[in-house]
Design a protein around this ligand. Structure first.
Ligand code: GLY
Length: 364
């Protein structure tokens, strides 16, 4: 019989306190856990076309057994559906299911649908509670924790949203087994980011341990919980991203430009991996980071099966950054790694940002 492993990370912010429970065989306990964390009569599950065939029935049963009346909606998977139309469908379905302010949303999905379901929970009747049940590595280590919710507009990603901390996060690492290797690896981009940001021992472990080849649920539980704790430590000091939370955007300035330039065909974590390598390369050349940093970051990313460079033309990335810059005033706050486990936020002009992109994307 396989052992059951659990780790709990407690998150405390100005607006909410909640547990992130990580481990195996947790889906069957979702109902009981939700009952303990956030009493409600009705639960509304939002899932997607990839996840629902695998896990929806189990979670529905668990919620019913815990005494909830349960309704659910399955939306199309994929970033292209993270839009006003799907958002509207979720809200209309919630209303038709007669949900009240005391009902609870259960987001059983990866990060894309989790963001959208969270925003629907934040909006319906001016806000109901949400429980996140992330099913991808990316959503377990990043998007399900910290309360950011959003949808995309045709002008850009995550342009509309709200902060709503979940009442509970249940991360069953058993779900990772069903992921396509490409999707699993995509989540590692955010794991490497956390190592570069705040944890040299995690980073060093990643440099030698390809997570994709790790089937040990004990180790995966430990890695996910460690990443959640890193994010918790940042978010609890700055829920609304006025200061230190911006450091979680490490690798994202160039990463977002790559994502947009690829027409969102490249996974977010893959783009973050390239963005991490690029900003490390530029930072080293500009004398902002210690010598050897860029090589270490690129080696770690490569060991995890992620790209360290991109073929997209620098001019296209600069164009995307230019488009994005309009939303940031006279410059951007760039998160710069100075050594593994340490970053600083630098206010850079757009000219400096373009130089960072040029240096970062230059093939050595
Ligand atoms: N994914 C970055 C944040 O939650 O702030």
């Amino acid at each position: 019989m396989s052992s059951v492993i659990r780790e709990t990370v407690h998150v405390s912010t100005t607006s909410a306190d909640y547990d992130v429970i990580v481990g195996t065989a947790l889906l069957a306990e979702v109902g009981a856990r939700v009952r303990e964390a956030a009493p409600a009569d009705a639960a509304f599950i939002v899932s997607d076309t990839n996840v629902a065939p695998l896990y929806l029935e189990q979670v529905e049963t668990s919620l019913c057994e815990a005494g909830f009346s349960v309704a659910s909606l399955v939306v199309e998977a994929g970033e292209v559906h993270k839009n006003l139309t799907t958002f509207g469908t979720i809200l209309e379905t919630m209303a038709k299911a007669d949900l009240t302010r005391d009902s609870i949303m259960v987001a059983l999905c990866g990060g894309v649908v989790g963001d959208m379901a969270g925003f629907a929970a934040a909006s319906y009747m001016r806000g109901i509670r949400v429980v996140q049940v992330p099913t991808t590595l990316l959503s377990m280590v990043d998007s399900s924790v910290g309360g950011k919710t959003a949808i995309d507009l045709s002008c850009g990603k995550n342009l509309v949203g709200a902060f709503l901390q979940p009442s509970l996060v249940v991360a069953d690492v058993g779900c990772l087994q069903s992921l396509e290797p490409e999707v699993f690896v995509d989540g590692i981009g955010e794991v490497v980011k956390h190592g570069v940001l705040a944890d040299e021992s995690l980073f060093d472990e990643l440099a030698y341990t390809p997570l994709l080849q790790t089937s040990d649920p004990d180790y995966l539980t430990h890695v996910v919980a460690r990443n959640v704790a890193i994010k918790r430590d940042v978010v609890s000091g700055d829920e609304r991203e006025r200061g230190v939370r911006q450091t979680l955007n490490l690798g994202h300035t160039i990463g977002h430009a790559i994502e947009a330039a690829s027409g969102y065909t490249l996974g977010h974590g893959h783009c973050v991996a390239v963005g991490l390598c690029a900003v490390a390369r530029a930072a080293e050349q500009l004398g902002w980071a210690e010598t050897g940093l860029a090589e270490r970051v690129a080696a770690c990313v490569t060991a995890q099966g992620l790209p360290s460079t991109s073929d997209l033309p620098t001019s296209e990335l600069v164009a995307q950054a230019t488009h994005d810059k309009k939303r940031h005033g006279t410059g951007v706050n760039l998160v710069v790694p100075t050594r593994i486990g340490q970053v600083e936020i630098r206010r850079v002009s757009f000219d400096e940002l373009f130089e960072v992109i040029r240096l970062g994307m230059h093939r050595c």
